[in-house]
Design a protein around this ligand. Structure first.
Ligand code: ATP
Length: 215
């Protein structure tokens, strides 16, 4: 069997929206991945608590990808009662894969630049490749702490990633102008978020009265 190629996109998904989904699907198709796993964070180490429960965020992500062959949900971070450190998630995924399967961590440019503050960040590339989602208009000067790593590990062609882990590559993508913050604000002020989230997510939000209170 040829090695599997698996993308991982973490986030609070509070709620999941078309920006996340398009981005994941475009990466999956352009790199020919077997799947991209959307991995909701429990208690993100770098930000505030999500507004709705893990159960609700997970249910929304599951309903969003239900009929999408290339997108999957990985709930393991919600099953731990401690901060969601990416290194531990990758170690745990790696333990379930064949030795030559590829794991590819999808990170926005801003998240990538913040990597040196992550728990055990220098070990990440032992478990995965990193695919940086670069906006065409982004300032592309990386922080000093990442220069040596980039010089040693970058490959310019994302289709040329080799082996199970260890390389960094870039994909240029114009993100859809939508954020979960914007969606929460619209809902809190009684406005519709139709077309910003899949219909199944909209139905879940409405059925459960989520995000209605002012934030
Ligand atoms: P918030 O507004 O609450 O900060 P968000 O919309 O940025 O949320 P997250 O759950 O924090 O969503 O994002 C998870 C991942 O998805 C991050 O890597 C983030 O960069 C990426 N992402 C967020 N919005 C978009 C978008 N519109 N297009 C592509 N990727 C996105």
């Amino acid at each position: 069997m040829s090695p599997r190629r698996i993308g991982v996109l973490g986030g609070t998904f509070d709620p999941v929206h078309i920006g996340h989904l398009r981005s994941a699907l475009e990466v999956a198709q352009s790199l020919g991945l077997d799947e991209v796993r959307l991995t909701p964070n429990a208690r993100p180490p770098h930000r505030d608590m999500p507004q709705v429960s893990a159960v609700n965020r997970l249910a929304m992500v599951e309903s969003a990808v239900k009929d999408v062959r290339l997108l999957k949900v990985d709930a393991r971070e919600l099953q731990r009662d401690k901060p969601s450190y990416t290194i531990e998630t990758l170690e745990s995924m790696r333990a379930e894969l064949a030795i030559d399967d590829q794991l590819i961590l999808l990170l926005g440019w801003d998240a990538f630049c913040g990597l040196p503050s992550w728990h055990r960040w220098e070990e990440l590339l032992q478990h995965c490749h990193i695919l940086v989602l670069q906006r065409p208009d982004a300032d592309s000067e990386p922080p000093f702490a990442l220069r040596n790593l980039l010089a040693a590990r970058s490959v310019s062609d994302p289709l040329a990633l080799k082996g199970p882990s260890g390389q960094i590559t870039f994909v240029w993508q114009t993100p859809l102008a939508v954020s979960a913050t914007q969606i929460r604000q619209l809902l809190a002020s009684g406005k519709s978020v139709r077309f910003l989230v899949p219909d199944a997510v909209l139905a879940y939000i409405e059925a459960n009265g989520l995000y209605r209170s002012p934030i």
